[in-house]
Design a protein. Structure first.
Length: 116
Protein backbone atom coordinates (compact mmCIF):
# COMPACT_ATOMS: atom_id res chain seq x y z
CA UNK A 1 0.00 0.00 0.00
CA UNK A 2 1.30 3.53 -0.86
CA UNK A 3 1.98 6.24 1.64
CA UNK A 4 0.37 9.69 1.45
CA UNK A 5 1.80 12.76 3.14
CA UNK A 6 -0.55 15.66 3.83
CA UNK A 7 1.00 19.09 4.33
CA UNK A 8 -1.10 21.48 6.34
CA UNK A 9 -0.49 25.03 7.44
CA UNK A 10 0.39 28.21 5.64
CA UNK A 11 0.31 28.09 1.86
CA UNK A 12 3.91 28.19 0.64
CA UNK A 13 3.32 30.23 -2.52
CA UNK A 14 2.64 33.60 -1.01
CA UNK A 15 2.65 36.94 -2.73
CA UNK A 16 4.38 39.78 -0.93
CA UNK A 17 3.41 43.35 -1.77
CA UNK A 18 6.06 45.96 -2.51
CA UNK A 19 5.45 47.67 0.84
CA UNK A 20 5.90 44.38 2.71
CA UNK A 21 9.12 43.59 0.82
CA UNK A 22 10.48 47.07 1.45
CA UNK A 23 9.66 46.83 5.17
CA UNK A 24 11.49 43.50 5.47
CA UNK A 25 14.54 44.73 3.56
CA UNK A 26 14.71 47.97 5.57
CA UNK A 27 14.42 46.02 8.83
CA UNK A 28 17.30 43.79 7.75
CA UNK A 29 19.51 46.80 6.92
CA UNK A 30 19.24 48.76 10.17
CA UNK A 31 22.23 48.54 12.52
CA UNK A 32 21.91 45.24 14.37
CA UNK A 33 19.36 43.99 11.84
CA UNK A 34 19.61 40.49 10.46
CA UNK A 35 18.06 39.06 7.31
CA UNK A 36 17.90 35.62 8.97
CA UNK A 37 16.09 37.00 12.03
CA UNK A 38 13.60 38.97 9.91
CA UNK A 39 13.03 35.86 7.78
CA UNK A 40 12.23 33.76 10.87
CA UNK A 41 9.90 36.43 12.25
CA UNK A 42 8.01 36.79 8.96
CA UNK A 43 8.16 33.11 7.99
CA UNK A 44 9.93 33.77 4.71
CA UNK A 45 13.08 32.24 3.22
CA UNK A 46 16.21 34.33 3.98
CA UNK A 47 17.22 34.00 0.33
CA UNK A 48 14.15 36.03 -0.65
CA UNK A 49 15.19 38.91 1.59
CA UNK A 50 18.66 38.89 0.03
CA UNK A 51 17.09 38.76 -3.46
CA UNK A 52 14.86 41.74 -2.64
CA UNK A 53 17.89 43.59 -1.25
CA UNK A 54 19.75 43.13 -4.54
CA UNK A 55 16.76 44.38 -6.51
CA UNK A 56 16.20 47.40 -4.27
CA UNK A 57 19.82 48.36 -3.67
CA UNK A 58 21.21 47.55 -7.10
CA UNK A 59 23.53 44.95 -8.51
CA UNK A 60 26.86 44.05 -6.93
CA UNK A 61 29.52 46.66 -7.47
CA UNK A 62 27.19 49.66 -7.28
CA UNK A 63 28.72 52.27 -4.99
CA UNK A 64 25.60 53.22 -3.05
CA UNK A 65 24.30 51.17 -0.15
CA UNK A 66 20.96 51.34 1.61
CA UNK A 67 18.10 53.75 1.21
CA UNK A 68 17.63 57.49 1.16
CA UNK A 69 14.57 59.41 2.23
CA UNK A 70 13.04 61.48 -0.56
CA UNK A 71 10.96 64.48 0.35
CA UNK A 72 8.68 66.09 -2.19
CA UNK A 73 7.35 69.53 -1.38
CA UNK A 74 5.19 71.92 -3.39
CA UNK A 75 7.39 74.96 -2.62
CA UNK A 76 11.06 75.20 -3.59
CA UNK A 77 13.37 76.27 -0.76
CA UNK A 78 15.35 79.38 -1.74
CA UNK A 79 18.67 77.89 -0.60
CA UNK A 80 18.67 75.45 -3.53
CA UNK A 81 17.90 78.02 -6.20
CA UNK A 82 21.31 79.70 -5.93
CA UNK A 83 23.37 76.49 -5.76
CA UNK A 84 24.86 75.64 -9.19
CA UNK A 85 25.82 72.15 -7.95
CA UNK A 86 22.22 71.02 -7.64
CA UNK A 87 20.11 69.70 -10.49
CA UNK A 88 16.35 70.25 -10.22
CA UNK A 89 14.08 67.63 -11.79
CA UNK A 90 10.33 68.17 -12.02
CA UNK A 91 8.05 65.24 -12.84
CA UNK A 92 4.29 65.58 -12.81
CA UNK A 93 4.25 68.31 -10.18
CA UNK A 94 6.94 66.69 -8.01
CA UNK A 95 10.33 68.39 -7.67
CA UNK A 96 13.54 66.53 -6.92
CA UNK A 97 16.89 68.24 -6.24
CA UNK A 98 19.98 66.16 -6.93
CA UNK A 99 23.52 66.97 -5.80
CA UNK A 100 26.23 66.72 -8.45
CA UNK A 101 27.96 63.82 -6.65
CA UNK A 102 24.88 61.55 -6.67
CA UNK A 103 25.61 58.16 -8.20
CA UNK A 104 23.87 57.53 -11.54
CA UNK A 105 22.49 54.19 -10.30
CA UNK A 106 20.89 55.85 -7.28
CA UNK A 107 19.42 58.60 -9.46
CA UNK A 108 17.86 56.03 -11.80
CA UNK A 109 16.30 54.23 -8.81
CA UNK A 110 14.90 57.49 -7.40
CA UNK A 111 13.45 58.52 -10.76
CA UNK A 112 11.78 55.15 -11.20
CA UNK A 113 10.21 55.53 -7.74
CA UNK A 114 8.91 59.00 -8.61
CA UNK A 115 7.43 57.88 -11.91
CA UNK A 116 5.20 55.22 -10.32
Amino acid sequence: MGRITVFSGVERRRRWGDDEKLAMVEASLVPGGSAARIARERDVAPSLIYKWRRRLCGAAGVAHRGFATVMISPGAPAMFDADPLVMVIEIGGATMRVANNTSPAFLVTALRALSR
